[in-house]
Ligand binder design. Structure first.
Ligand code: UD1
Length: 387
């Protein structure tokens, strides 16, 4: 199936996006492919795992992503149903478009589903953001990471620790390229257009005066199943956030899963607080502005741990582990888990001016996608022609 680039018959690189955290990774890759000399042909496929305007369309616009060439419209479902639907619908697309490779990013269900179909059709799989490991196999993303890396032919990493993880799992070093962090490419590209927190609040009918106190404000996101799917855990975390809000006002961008569970478990009273502003899922430019202007960020997201490190904003991560250790070792991230006292102590440290300042990790310089385009072009050209 693969075609020799040197022969001039290079099939498109089939670029897969499915869920919100994929979009900021793919946008700079597509731009770098277009800017490469010669251009790397690309075909953008959206699986439709995320479909709400706020979870998808808005981000496409903010990130200047082109309209997808194909939308598989899989929608929501259990992990099995969602993964299976993506697999069923991507197979005929691969048959029709005969890509030179399938490029997947991150660790969502769409990532693994497309990689699995491609490898069984003898189409090379390219994984961007390879080698990250939380060590926690109860996380669906961890399963997606481990399996995708196992079946990938070319693996691009964001931090050096990822190579050690891959070697431990028997992946040959020649397959791995330390390209850096494409998500930070997006951050650099969009920073000048970021919306201020005040603008965002006004747009949603809130008075931004609340954010102008001596402590500034905290930006919050939370959506991991381990934090929001169990009523007792979600209640505990919301109670803690209420206590945090007594110290510093909070702006909380609610993921659909979290909003639904707050309703379902009867916890709406806990977030009904004048010092906690609830917003729907935010666009990229809004979220960037909210983070950049915050005194602190409280989150369970993987992406925000990296973005706060790049922005130099202290981040408290409400998880027991991270697959992005460099954000702790070099960046502004601190693991606080779900423990009430640990979260409040972390907040107090930051508000007392003792938050981590950190430094920006190697190759988080806005040029990761350019390195990927150059390497991938060389790699495709070096592969044997299709039989
Ligand atoms: C997925 C990713 C996760 C990522 C997150 C970012 C997997 C396993 N998880 O989790 O790694 O951090 O995206 O958001 O792929 N929903 C909507 N509108 C949408 C999409 C989802 O309302 O546009 C609701 C649906 O009720 C759905 C639920 O959110 O059942 C969860 O969506 P799903 O794609 O299954 O997983 P996420 O929790 O978003």
């Amino acid at each position: 199936m693969s075609v020799n680039a040197a022969s001039g018959e290079l099939g498109p690189v089939m670029c897969i996006v499915g869920a919100r955290p994929n979009f900021m990774k793919m946008a700079p890759i597509l731009r770098a492919f277009a800017a490469h000399e010669p251009p790397v042909p690309a075909l953008l496929v959206h699986t439709g795992q995320h479909y709400d305007a706020s979870m998808s369309d808005q981000l496409f616009a903010d990130l200047r992503l082109p309209r997808p060439d194909l939308n598989l419209e899989v929608g929501s479902g259990s992990h099995a149903v969602q993964t299976a639907e993506v697999m069923k619908r991507i197979e005929p697309a691969i048959d029709e478009h005969r890509p030179s490779c399938v490029l997947v990013v991150g660790d969502v269900n769409s990532t693994l589903a497309c990689a699995l179909v491609a490898v069984k059709k003898d189409v090379p799989v390219v994984h961007v953001e390879a080698g990250l490991r939380s060590g926690d196999r109860r996380m669906p993303e961890e399963i997606n990471r481990v399996l995708t890396d196992q079946i990938s032919d070319r693996l691009y990493t964001t931090e050096r620790s990822a190579l050690a993880n891959l070697l431990r799992e028997g992946i040959a070093e020649e397959r791995v390229c330390f390209a850096g962090n494409v998500m930070i490419d997006s951050l650099h590209a969009a920073r000048p257009q970021a919306r201020s927190a005040a603008e965002t609040l006004r747009a949603h009918g809130h008075d931004p005066a609340l954010l102008r106190g001596a402590m500034g404000y905290g930006a919050v996101t939370m959506h991991r199943p381990s934090n929001v799917d169990e009523p007792g855990t979600l209640r505990g975390l919301l109670q803690t956030l209420r206590r945090v809000a007594e110290r510093v006002p909070l702006v909380f961008a609610l993921h659909p899963r979290t909003r639904a569970n707050i309703e379902r478990f009867g916890l709406a009273g806990l977030v009904d607080d004048t010092r906690m502003i609830l917003l729907p899922p935010q666009g990229y430019l809004e979220m960037l502005g909210l983070m950049a202007g915050a005194s602190l960020v409280l989150t369970d997201s993987g992406g925000l741990q990296e973005e706060t490190t790049a922005l130099g904003v202290p981040c408290l991560t409400m998880r027991e582990n991270t697959e992005r250790p460099i954000t702790i070792e070099q960046g502004t991230n601190t693991m606080v888990g779900r423990d009430h006292a640990a979260i409040l102590a972390g907040v107090d440290e930051i508000l007392a001016g003792r938050g981590k300042r950190g430094r920006v990790p190697e190759n988080w310089d806005g040029h990761a996608a350019t390195r990927i385009a150059a390497d991938l072009w060389r790699w495709l050209a070096s592969r044997p022609a299709a039989s």
